[in-house]
Design a protein around this ligand. Structure first.
Ligand SMILES: [Zn+2]
Length: 231
């Protein structure tokens, strides 16, 4: 029997993260956020400097827990039979620089990416935006795909922002969360509000929310809403 690279505890955490990330990928096509193989979810492995992420180019129906690639926080593959997502370097950069983040999601969901194509933040004009994003949903810089440059733009834009979502200019959406599930939820919500604000603007100007109301809504939602801290 070959010796495991990891302790039983870390091995258990890796397996749990792989199962979680595999299952969470189902929300992307189900919520209409992705076309073909675009989009990806990753999770930090608690207790280790590791992450698990979608393999590159596999269709959503082909994903299994075992196919989720284990990488270190520099984006190097530690274990797995597939190449990891081409966004791995950027996910890893986020985990290295935002220790509170446990999950990262990327999509090119249509309405939100249309805002990214214009380089226009989504204004905070709905209670749902105040609740979930605590203000406007910001735009991050344009960056080429492949290394950690996108990650630098995500961290620079989201550090000090209430928003768990950033619209990366001319590209798409990245979301972060305490867990991968929270990041998936933010990806679903950003597309939902991007669509609503788009529809509102078809027939006229949108009305901004007062900043004191935004703060009150965000505080209530962050601290009081939901069951046992689940949002
Ligand atoms: Zn992309």
């Amino acid at each position: 029997m070959t010796e495991d690279l990891f302790s039983a505890e870390i091995r258990g955490a890796i397996k749990a993260a792989q199962a979680d990330v595999c299952a969470l990928h189902a929300y992307l096509p189900k919520s209409g956020l992705v076309a073909w193989t675009s989009g990806n979810v990753s999770a930090r492995v608690p207790g280790a400097d590791l992450m698990v992420i979608k393999p590159s180019g596999l269709e959503y129906e082909q994903l299994t827990p075992e196919s989720m690639v284990v990488c270190d926080l520099d984006g190097n593959v530690v274990e797995g039979g597939y190449k990891p997502s081409s966004d791995t370097g950027s996910h890893a950069y986020v985990y290295r620089n935002m220790p509170e983040v446990g999950g990262v999601v990327h999509t090119h969901s249509g309405y939100a990416t249309a805002w990214a194509a214009r380089g226009e933040p989504i204004p905070c004009v709905l209670t749902a935006i105040a609740d979930e994003f605590g203000g406007e949903i910001p735009v991050g810089p344009f960056a080429l795909i492949g290394d950690a440059t996108i990650g630098e733009g995500i961290v620079a834009t989201l550090s000090g922002s209430n928003s768990p979502a950033v619209l990366m200019r001319n590209h798409g959406v990245f979301t972060i969360g305490k867990s991968a599930r929270a990041a998936v939820k933010a990806a679903v919500m950003v597309e939902d509000v991007a669509r609503t604000v788009h529809l509102a603007r078809v027939h006229g100007e949108v009305r901004p929310l007062d900043s004191a109301d935004i703060k009150a809504l965000h505080d209530r939602y962050t601290n009081a809403y939901g069951q046992n801290g689940e949002k």
